[in-house]
Design a protein around this ligand. Sequence first.
Ligand code: PAF
Length: 279
Amino acid sequence: MIILNNQSDVKSNLVNKKNLALIPTMGNLHAGHISLIEKAKNYAGTIIVSIFVNPIQFNSQNDLKNYPRTLTKDIEILNKLGVDILFNPSEKDIYPSKPKLSYTLPPLAKQLCGASRPGHFEGVIMIIDKLFGLFKPDHVFFGKKDYQQLILIKQFISDKNYQICFHSVETVREQNSLALSSRNSLLKSKAKVIASTLFETLKDAIVELKKFHDINLAELFAVKKLTSLGWAVDYVEIRRQADLLKPSTSDENLVILGAANYENVRLIDNIEFCTDGTI
Ligand code: PAF
């Protein structure tokens, strides 16, 4: 595997490389990332993984400082998977001066996770824009665990008319259903057991919705249940899968999304589901 630490080395290393897949990450690789890479192998001739803990998408310095960094182990994983290129730049290389984004994000960027993490999605789109411009990938792969990020990047690709094939990949879970996330390593082992109640509660809320046909009631049910289990809930909302707008009565393909803190670790999860148009 070629390891590139500077944007200036990228161009020469892409000569004669065709059908590129890019998998942007912030490292601390786990089975969720591995599933993105495995899927990419079915579509592309050259697999590029980026590892960059993007400071401008963090809302708190503490969160940025505590973000798990495991580069040596990550390189071992990527080598075993047969990844062609690892892009692991420094902050100075990516942001030599204060970055400016020439793209207006849709209102969705300020809702859900964006409401409590101002500027987060602007930071995500900024690095994604740089990576897309640098590698000009044919395919990109993102996990459904970060559903709002996935929708915003998909819209960004379409708004900017990038000729990139976007792939979304199912969330990988622990045996107890906890969605894999780099942040899970910040949980103590007892908290890891409780953390699986986020997924279970979202699942139960879908059952409530199908029983009572009332979105507000189902969301409230989930918030109350999580709070009683010791979570500090940020939001639980039911939205449309396609664009994360609020559903109308005729929408059938929905997703329930939740974000909550347990012992100061912020976790998110979501479940896609279908109704028969009776909500
Ligand atoms: O999902 C992530 O790990 C990050 O938000 C991403 C897409 C790599 C951008 O920094």
